[in-house]
Design a protein around this ligand. Structure first.
Ligand SMILES: NC(=O)c1ccc[n+]([C@@H]2O[C@H](COP(=O)([O-])OP(=O)(O)OC[C@H]3O[C@@H](n4cnc5c(N)ncnc54)[C@H](O)[C@@H]3O)[C@@H](O)[C@H]2O)c1
Length: 343
C-alpha cells in the first residue's frame, strides 16, 4: 500500500531527541503531520545536544514530546494509548559498539526489553479498540553483518556472527519484529543504517571525536593502521530513505508476513585516511581549526569490523531511491554547523 504518510494523521517516533530522530521529526512536522516523540534523554552523550534538538522541534505546534523510557512498559502503553499512532518509527536504542563492552545491560534494557515493549504496544493497538498501527519501521544496523567477508553487504547475506553485543541486539530486534509481523499481521520494515553523519550528529561517533581532537590540537588515534573502510551515509539521505519506506507497507513475503529489511547506505566505502583528510580540510575551510594534527596508527580494536559496504539495490528497486550525498558536501555541512554550534 502506498501513500500511507499522506493519510496518516499521527506518527510516533521513539528516540526523537536523538540524531536521526530529530531530523525525521522535523521533516514530518514540516509536512503538517502530528508527531509524538518519545525519548528517555539518557546521558550516553551530551544531553544538552538532545535538549537543543528538542527546542528546535518544539517550535512546531504539531509536536508533542514525552520523556519516557521504552523499558517502562506502563508509561509506554499510556503514551501509546493516549496518542494512538498510525505509524511508529523506532529509533530509540542504546547505540555504540565499544560502550557495550562496559555497559552490556543498557543494550538489553533499551534494545531488547524496550523494543519488545514497543512491539507489544503495537500488538495491543490491533485488538483493543485503539487505532491499529499500520506500519512499524525500526532501526537496525550495518553491524549485524559482523565479520561478513562478502561485499557489498546484501540483506540476503547471513548475519549470524555478530561481533558486538550491540550487533546481537539489533539482529534480535529483526527476529522479534519478524515474529510479530507474522503472528499478528502488523506490517514492519527494518532499516540497516550505515554510519550516519551530519550536523547535530552524535558526539560519541568516531568522526565527531576526531573533529573534537583536531580542535584541541590532540593527536588522532587510528585503528587497524588506517586500513579500514566505512560506508558513510549523510543524514539527509537517511531521512529521505525512512520517509520513502514509512510511506509503503511491505507486501507479504513468501511466508505470509508483511516484513522487509533494507540497507540504507551510501554504497561507497571510504578509506578512513581519506575520510580524515576530507574532515580536516572541511574544518580548516570552516575556520574551526588552523592546523592539521598528528595521527597515531594503532592495531584493530575488539568489536570493530574491517569494512562496511551497503548493497542498496533492493532500496532502488522498491523505492527508486539511493543515498547520493558525497563526503565533501556532507562534511562541509558538518564543519559549518560545528563552527556555529561550538563557536
Ligand atoms: N547513527 C548511526 O550511524 C547509526 C547506524 C546504524 C544504526 N543506527 C540506529 O539508528 C537509531 C538512531 O540512532 P542515532 O544515531 O539517532 O542515535 P541517538 O543515540 O542520537 O538516538 C537515540 C535516542 O534514543 C534515546 N534512547 C535510548 N534508549 C532509550 C530508551 N530505553 N527509551 C527511550 N529513549 C531511549 C536516546 O536518549 C537518544 O536520544 C538507533 O537505533 C541506532 O542504533 C544508527
Amino acid at each position: 500500500m502506498d501513500g500511507l504518510l499522506k493519510n496518516a494523521k499521527r506518527v510516533f517516533v521513539t528516540g526523537g531527541a536523538g540524531f536521526i530522530g530529530f531530523y525525521l521529526c522535523r521533516e514530518l512536522l514540516k509536512q503538517g503531520i502530528q508527531v509524538t516523540a518519545l525519548d528517555n534523554l539518557n546521558d550516553y552523550y551530551d544531553v544538552s545536544l538532545k535538549e537543543y534538538r528538542l527546542r528546535q522541534l518544539s517550535a512546531f505546534d504539531n509536536f508533542y514530546f514525552q520523556k519516557c523510557d521504552l523499558s517502562d512498559e506502563e508509561a509506554l502503553n499510556r503514551t501509546f494509548a493516549e496518542f494512538q499512532p498510525e505509524i511508529v518509527v523506532n529509533l530509540a536504542a542504546q547505540a555504540g559498539v565499544r560502550y557495550s563492552i562496559d555497559h552490556p545491560r543498557a543494550y538489553i534494557n533499551s534494545n531488547i526489553v524496550g523494543f519488545f515493549n514497543l512491539l507489544e504496544a503495537c500488538r495491543q493497538s490491533m485488538d483493543s479498540g485503539q487505532t491499529p498501527v499500520r506500519h512499524l519501521v525500526f532501526a537496525s544496523s550495518s553491524s549485524v553483518y559482523g565479520m561478513n567477508p562478502k561485499v557489498p553487504y546484501s540483506v540476503s547475506d547471513q548475519t549470524d556472527w555478530p561481533v558486538s553485543l550491540y550487533a546481537a541486539t539489533k539482529k534480535s530486534d529483526e527476529l522479534l519484529a519478524y515474529a510479530y509481523a507474522k503472528l499478528y499481521g502488523i506490517p514492519m520494515t527494518g532499516l540497516r543504517f550505515f554510519t550516519v553523519y551530519g550536523p547535530l550528529g552524535r558526539p560519541d561517533m568516531a568522526y565527531f571525536k576526531f573533529a573534537n581532537r583536531m580542535v584541541k590540537g590532540e593527536k588522532i588515534q587510528i585503528y587497524n593502521y588506517g586500513d579500514m573502510y566505512r560506508d558513510f551515509t549523510y543524514i539527509d539521505d537517511i531521512v529521505k530513505g525512512i520517509l520513502k519506506v514509512m510511506d509503503r507497507v511491505p507486501s507479504k513475503d513468501e511466508r505470509d508476513a508483511m516484513y522487509r529489511i533494507y540497507n540504507i547506505g551510501n554504497h561507497k566505502p571510504e578509506n578512513l585516511m581519506h575520510f580524515l583528510d576530507v574532515l580536516e580540510n572541511s574544518l580548516l575551510e570552516a575556520g574551526v581549526i588552523r592546523n592539521k594534527v598528528e595521527r597515531e596508527l594503532l592495531p584493530m580494536q575488539p568489536g570493530d569490523v574491517y569494512q562496511t559496504f551497503a548493497d542498496v539495490e533492493d532500496l532502488r528497486r522498491d523505492f527508486g531511491f539511493v543515498p547520493a550525498t558525497n563526503l565533501e558536501e556532507g562534511l562541509r555541512n558538518f564543519a559549518k554547523w560545528y563552527k556555529e554550534y561550538y563557536g
